[in-house]
Design a protein. Structure first.
Length: 215
């Protein structure tokens, strides 16, 4: 799927306009997009990054990384996904950057999601749903999730987010109402963010291929 990821990332460049500040996500597909931006770093004013990993890659290409508090609303955010359904709703957070990704998506006028064909699903939930939690609330949140969903949350041991929090991955879900589940999990005390992007889905999904599919 490496070539499909690269093709999706290249297609996303058609949404980049001269002088933009671009919101940039995290992950292997986004890495190709950052490399594409890096071919002409002077074309954009800078980027708002969702992770330390992406920040490092952007800076290696000579792209200035800016603070969202200073930039205000963004015209464009480009990111990948772990799953995408037919309504452009997503599961994200496999790279543990879901909270910052969700913040940048919310701040952006257009959210372009770049994926390879393996990420397309009819119903979300095959990929374990990540939830970022405050460390002291890990067990509490896990119990609440079991009561809410009947599914199994698993602590992603050894992983600490860029915000200093932990990740629970919920296994065994079949998410038929992503907006309702996103809202319900967000209400659990100790939850920082849930990796469902349903209330604010992608605006455009680019599926890598020859040629890429845009929907």
């Amino acid at each position: 799927m490496t070539e499909a990821k690269r093709l999706a990332a290249e297609k996303a460049m058609s949404y980049v306009e001269d002088g933009m500040i671009v919101g940039v996500g995290t992950g292997s597909t986004v890495a190709y997009f950052i490399d594409a931006l890096g071919r002409d770093p002077e074309r954009i004013r800078g980027a708002v990054s969702s992770s330390e990993q992406s920040t490092e890659r952007l800076r290696r290409h000579g792209i200035e990384v800016l603070d969202l508090n200073a930039t205000g609303p963004l015209a464009l955010y480009v990111d990948g996904a772990d799953e995408c359904d037919g309504a452009k709703r997503l599961i994200k957070g496999g790279g543990a950057a879901l909270t910052r990704e969700k913040i940048i998506a919310e701040a952006s006028q257009r959210f372009v999601c770049i994926i390879d064909p393996s990420k397309e699903v009819d119903v979300l939930g095959r990929f374990p749903l990540p939830v970022e939690v405050v460390p002291m609330a890990r067990s509490l949140v896990a119990r609440k999730i079991v009561a809410l969903t009947g599914a199994q949350p698993v602590w992603r041991e050894g992983v600490v987010t860029d915000n200093g929090n932990l990740i629970l991955d919920i296994h065994g879900l079949r998410i038929t109402d992503p907006v309702a589940l996103e809202s319900a999990i967000n209400q659990i005390p100790g939850v920082v963010s849930v990796g469902l992007f349903a209330r604010r889905p992608a605006d455009v999904v680019i599926v890598g291929g020859e040629p890429p599919t845009v929907r």
